[in-house]
Ligand binder design. Structure first.
Ligand code: NDP
Length: 276
C-alpha cells in the first residue's frame, strides 16, 4: 500500500515513478507555474507532468532548477504534441522540449494522443530517444487497447506507461486490466474529473465519513487502484490538501461504491474520434 508522497511504482524497465505528482495543464507560463511547483516541491511532491502543448515547459525547468532539489530526486514528464508526430519531427520536438526544460534527460516522454497513421512511427522515435539515453522511460497517453496493440505489434521496447482520462465516471476497467497484464503502468489524468467529480454525492459522503475532502477521496481511490495520479492545482492550500492522502484508507465498501459511479463518461475528447 502506498504510504508516503515519496513512494514510487516500479515501471517495467525498473525505473521508479512517484505514485503522486503535480499536473500543470492550463497553468500559465511564468509565476503561476513556477509558484505552484515551488509550493508542491516544498510539500514533498517530486513528480511534475507537463507537455509541449501546455507551453509552460520553460517555467517547469526554471522552477525545478531554482528549487535546489537534486535532479535525480525529481521525475519530469513531458509529451510530444500531435502536430509534431512522425519520426524526425518527434526527435526535433523532443530537442525543443529538452531545451525549454533545460534538462539533459527527461524521465518520461509520452505520445500525447494516438494520431492516426502517425503513432507507430512516433513510437520508433521514442525508442531511439530511449536507446540513446535521452529519456529514462517512454509511454503513451490517451491510447485505448487497440492503439496499444498496434504499438505492441511493432515495438522493440514496450511502453512503460499509459496516461488516460480516469475518474469515477470513467473507470475503464478493461483498459486497466489490459495494462496490468502487459506491465504498463496506468496513470490518471483529470483525477478530480477537472473538478466535476468533487460534488458527486457518494464522494462527498465518503469524504465526510473519513473527515477528508472529496479531492482527497478521489486521489486515494486512484492510489488504492494502483493508478499513478497527477491532480492539478495552482492554489497552495489545495496542493497541500491533495498530498495529504497517506494517513487514511478507503475500505472495500468505499472502493466499491466509487467503482459503481462508472458511466463510461468522458469529460474530454474520445481517443477514437478526436480531431486535433
Ligand atoms: P484535475 O482533475 O486535476 O482537476 C483540476 C481542477 O481541479 C482545477 O480546476 C483545480 O483548480 C481544481 N482542484 C484541484 N485540487 C482541488 C481541491 N483539492 N479542491 C477543489 N478543487 C481542486 O484536471 P486536469 O485536467 O488538470 O488533470 C490533471 C493533470 O493531468 C493535468 O494538469 C495534466 O498534467 C494532465 N492531463 C493530461 C492530459 C492528456 O491528454 N494526457 C489531458 C488533461 C490533463 P485550481 O487550480 O484553481 O486549484
Amino acid at each position: 500500500m502506498v504510504a508516503s508522497i515519496k513512494d514510487c511504482t516500479v515501471l517495467n524497465n525498473n525505473v521508479e515513478m512517484p505514485w503522486l505528482g503535480l499536473g500543470v495543464f492550463k497553468m500559465k507560463e511564468g509565476d503561476e507555474t513556477e509558484n505552484a511547483i515551488h509550493v508542491a516541491l516544498d510539500y514533498g511532491y517530486r513528480s511534475i507532468d507537463t507537455a509541449a502543448i501546455y507551453r509552460n515547459e520553460a517555467s517547469v525547468g526554471r522552477a525545478i532548477r531554482n528549487s535546489g532539489i537534486p535532479r535525480d530526486e525529481l521525475f519530469i514528464t513531458t509529451k510530444v504534441w500531435n502536430a509534431n508526430q512522425g519520426y524526425q519531427s518527434t526527435l526535433k520536438a523532443f530537442d525543443e522540449s529538452r531545451d525549454k526544460l533545460q534538462l539533459d534527460v527527461i524521465d518520461l516522454y509520452l505520445i500525447h494522443w494516438p494520431v492516426k497513421g502517425k503513432y507507430t512511427e512516433t513510437w520508433k522515435a521514442l525508442e531511439k530517444l530511449y536507446m540513446d539515453g535521452s529519456v529514462r522511460a517512454i509511454g503513451l497517453s490517451n491510447f485505448l487497447v487497440h492503439h496499444i496493440l498496434d504499438i505492441l505489434d511493432i515495438c522493440e521496447i514496450p511502453p512503460m506507461v499509459d496516461q488516460v482520462e480516469f475518474h469515477p465516471q470513467l473507470r475503464q476497467p478493461e483498459l486497466h486490466r489490459f495494462c496490468v497484464e502487459h506491465q504498463i503502468q496506468l496513470e490518471a489524468w483529470a483525477p478530480l474529473g477537472q473538478s466535476r467529480s468533487l460534488q458527486n454525492p457518494a464522494v462527498v459522503e465518503i469524504a465526510e465519513k473519513h473527515a477528508k475532502s472529496p479531492a482527497q477521496i478521489l486521489i486515494r481511490w486512484d492510489l488504492q487502484l494502483e493508478v499513478v495520479t497527477i491532480p492539478k492545482s495552482i492554489k497552495p492550500e489545495r496542493i497541500l490538501e491533495n498530498s495529504q492522502v497517506f494517513d487514511f484508507s478507503l475500505d472495500s465498501s468505499d472502493m466499491e461504491r466509487i467503482g459503481r459511479l462508472d458511466e463510461n463518461l468522458r469529460f474530454s475528447d474520445d481517443p477514437d474520434t478526436f480531431d486535433f
